[in-house]
Design a protein around this ligand. Structure first.
Ligand code: ADP
Ligand code: MG
Ligand code: ZN
Length: 471
């Protein structure tokens, strides 16, 4: 019997406002512990919260970008629970009247485009951070307490780790393009809880879900999903039942562990925060916000497809990161062969940006030079890759790198013919294969030629030469 997995994601995005959500304390990441706190964000009795207007504006943008309906009379609620990093013993969040609800985000899957439902977007405050000492004690840093968050809850619409990853990437890019968060996953500015259940294929009913909290890299999300799906199927197959619980993913062990049984919403005893005013958003204000949204991933995708004739999947790749999309767009204006540019970015530059969250090391101008050389067959792909790998460690231009490292391709027929003669002599078996009609044998010759010339031989000329000699 085969199973399908059902995934819904809750994503917390730290907003990049200068001050916290209910007080004037700064939100700078990485400051000395407990230097960015005041009576409000420490939850001292009698301190009163005042909502930061920019938080509402950012959440409104997020809601609109995710095609949501907007609540005109929002409110904020106290979510009651006790935890040492939450000094008030309640978190100010939103329950029934979130800023935005009922939207969707389109992702690219193997079967084409798919819409993932967005249940809600609400604002809330972040908690402090527990620091577990190696010596055994635990310290608390309240700097993060009161940093503004938006929580984006999806419908249980995803069916695989790949879909979850595509959703997260698109969502993260959207937040980045809106400019409302750094989205740095390694600083916890974009983190994800995975809710997952399994059911038999064809069944309409949802299975019992578990929740894995605070995954802060795409790779962890994928691994956590694959391992949790397997675990749940094994439990069910062995006749057991899945418990609704919160689990902690341990990246080192590649396994998740039960942390606690999961609360239901009613356990939190939500009630309206009496210290805060309703959040009133007029139709006019909503329309203005909508009209002033910046260019979003979907807009870039359209223009990459319409103007540059890129394939959908390529365009999707290029908008995974704002830096990449902007880099492509600027460089594309300088080159004729947009597809070569896109391929080079996707194949060579993207991984480093994704893994390190660092900016690109090559300028648009130098990239354009490289793409032109490649498109005009003045260098081949392996040389282009080599040049790209050298750029981060040098100030030299693309042309200078190729000159200095003697990377220009060998096109001289006499030189190549001499090398070809040597290769043919060393590979008699391949010669007879070729003569017996195995045209693939030619590939072996060219491969050998590339090894001999460190990838610098021009493959088209070589092919002609080999054909000529072996005949
Ligand atoms: P809570 O805060 O209690 O986790 P939320 O409503 O904020 O509740 O989030 C629930 C998340 O779990 C949503 O993303 C939803 O799509 C997902 N979800 C709910 N039921 C299931 C299920 N049976 N299987 C997988 N995901 C589920
Ligand atoms: Mg949850
Ligand atoms: Zn404060």
């Amino acid at each position: 019997m085969s199973y399908e997995c059902v995934i819904g994601l809750e994503v917390h995005v730290e907003l990049n406002t200068k001050s916290k959500i209910f007080c004037g304390c700064p939100t700078t990441f990485g400051s000395a512990p407990n230097t960015q706190v005041c009576p409000v964000c420490l939850g001292l009795p009698g301190a009163l919260p005042v909502l930061n207007k920019e938080v509402v504006e950012s959440a409104l943008k997020a809601g609109l970008a995710l095609n949501c309906a907007i609540t005109e009379d929002g409110k904020q609620d106290r979510k009651n629970y006790f935890y040492p990093d939450l000094p008030k013993a309640y978190q100010i969040s939103q329950s029934e009247k979130p800023i935005a609800f009922g939207g969707h985000l389109s992702i690219q899957t193997e079967e084409g485009a798919k819409l993932i439902g967005i249940t809600r977007v609400h604002i809330e405050e972040d908690a402090g951070k527990l620091v577990h000492e190696v010596s055994g004690g635990t310290l608390i840093d309240y700097n993060r307490g009161g940093v503004p968050l938006i929580e984006i809850v999806s419908e249980p619409d995803m069916r695989s780790a790949a879909e979850a990853k595509a959703y997260l990437q698109k969502l993260r890019a959207t937040m980045q393009f809106l400019g409302i968060s750094s989205c740095k996953m390694n600083e916890g500015a974009f983190r994800c809880d995975v809710n997952l259940s399994v059911r038999k294929v064809g069944s309409e009913q949802l299975g019992t879900r578990t929740e894995m909290k605070n995954l802060n890299s795409f790779a962890y999300v994928v691994k956590a999903i694959e391992s949790e799906m397997k675990r749940q199927i094994e439990v069910i197959e062995a006749g057991g039942q899945i418990k609704q619980e919160t689990r902690r993913w341990d990246p080192a062990k590649g396994q998740s562990f039960a942390m606690r049984s999961k609360e239901d919403a009613h356990d939190y005893r939500y009630f309206p925060d009496p210290d805060l005013m309703p959040i009133l958003l007029s139709k006019e204000k909503i329309a203005d916000a909508k009209a002033s949204l910046p260019k979003l991933p979907a807009d870039y995708i359209h223009s990459f497809i319409d103007q540059d004739q890129l394939r959908v999947d390529m365009a999707e790749q290029l908008v995974k990161d704002k830096l990449i999309a902007e880099f492509y767009e600027k460089t594309a204006q300088m080159v004729t062969d947009k597809e070569t540019l896109a391929n080079l970015i996707i194949g060579e530059l993207m991984k480093t940006v994704e893994e390190t969250e660092e900016s690109l090391k090559v300028s648009e101008k130098e990239m354009a030079v490289l793409v032109d050389l490649l498109a005009e067959d003045k260098i081949n792909l392996s040389i282009a890759k080599k040049v790209l790998s050298m750029i981060p460690n040098t100030e030299a231009s693309v042309m200078a790198i190729i000159d200095q490292h003697d990377l220009w391709p060998i096109t001289d027929v006499a030189t190549l013919t001499q090398l070809a003669d040597e290769i043919i002599e060393q590979m008699p078996q391949v010669v007879s294969d070729y003569k017996a009609g195995k045209t693939k044998a030619l590939g072996a010759f060219i491969g050998q030629m590339m090894r001999k010339t460190s990838g610098k031989a021009d493959p088209t000329i070589c092919e002609a030469i080999f054909k000529e000699i072996v005949g």
